[in-house]
Design a protein around this ligand. Sequence first.
Ligand code: NAP
Ligand code: GDD
Length: 341
Amino acid sequence: MPTALVTGITGQDGSYLTELLLSKGYVVHGLIRRSSTFNTQRIDHLYLDPHDPRARLFLHYADLTDGSRLATLLSQIRPDEIYNLAAQSHVRVSFDEPEYTGDTTGLGTIRLLEAIRQSVPEAKFYQASSSEMFGAANPPQNESTEFYPRSPYGVAKVYSYWITKNYREAYGLFTTNGILFNHESPRRGETFVTRKITRAVARIAKGQQKELFLGNLDARRDWGYAPEYVVGMWKILQVDKPDDYVIGTGTDFSVKDFVRLAFEHVDLDWEKFVRFDEKYLRPTEVDSLVADASKAEGELGWKASVGPEQLAAIMVEHDIATINGFVPDKPVGTVWAEAVS
Ligand code: NAP
Ligand code: GDD
């Protein structure tokens, strides 16, 4: 059985990727941060007690700011594939905590790459690069577009992108970048704009909330569906020669468009509920991100099938179902549980 190591396993993408890898027969090792409260809700449905002979998911305490711990774990686990998804991933927060964001989202990658170089140079490495690196560059953006990051987060991701490429060229390591555009799901963190909107729409529809405060409604994004994007991550590590790929839908919607779609799904007029609060503005904004993912389609056979309209519907339905006490969001996990029982 192939062995994968996933950093950021407790996040949105980590949970979907783990479901995918388990369904493909991998043994998965995930790094989690020690917290005073439980932070494994997104992967609890996949976890079996390690004493259970069927267990194929193992969790280890680690932090990307602790290089010696990463080195120890890599030399013990000796994974075939490493997916670096851990990051301080919130762009607005990166303006409040720029130094910490640089340490985790930037330097964290070099700590991991050094541990790979020393202990498991044969392992394949995936770096979670981001369309945020394109920043002010004109859309559509592809692998040849010059980076122009507009946030401490974007700058840290550019560092990680280049150090990943440098370790490929300098040491011949199998290191890759997936440059993923925004992808969302019912598991999306609650302070990212799509989930903030769909949760509010569900609560407003149920009479539990009166208003929704947002910042810039004019920014344009290419929103896709996260479960499809983790397939792209896996495919990037299955090619013969390591390379960098843009992953996105190619669609172009504004925040206002997404708001309208989400409210229309429950037959409400968004303008009656949405208010402006300047605290959600960023010192520098990324105005427009639209993917040209033709290289991924041609070389990986990867293409998005869910666009923003369907995505808004999936997320609003989920958030309404959650209020109603029913959570239907475990399709792949269910397959995995059935496969081992
Ligand atoms: P997410 O939900 O915010 O998850 C981030 C993960 O990183 C969590 O598991 C978090 O752990 C972990 N983490 C944060 N700081 C850490 C540290 N110092 N040491 C170890 N782990 C740490 O992010 P996501 O949406 O799944 O995105 C996954 C990756 O793709 C991130 O690197 C993100 O920057 C990148 N990306 C995301 C998108 C997108 O649209 N979602 C697009 C492009 C790139 P806790 O649970 O303990 O906080
Ligand atoms: N979060 C948030 N909250 N964003 C708002 C709000 C609000 O109340 N109001 C307007 N926005 C706007 C932001 O200014 C931004 O232009 C857009 O909505 C999207 O914001 P986010 O959902 O926070 O995502 P992001 O595009 O900044 O960053 C996400 O995508 C990147 C890939 O392009 C994150 O997932 C990053 O980790 C990822 O790399």
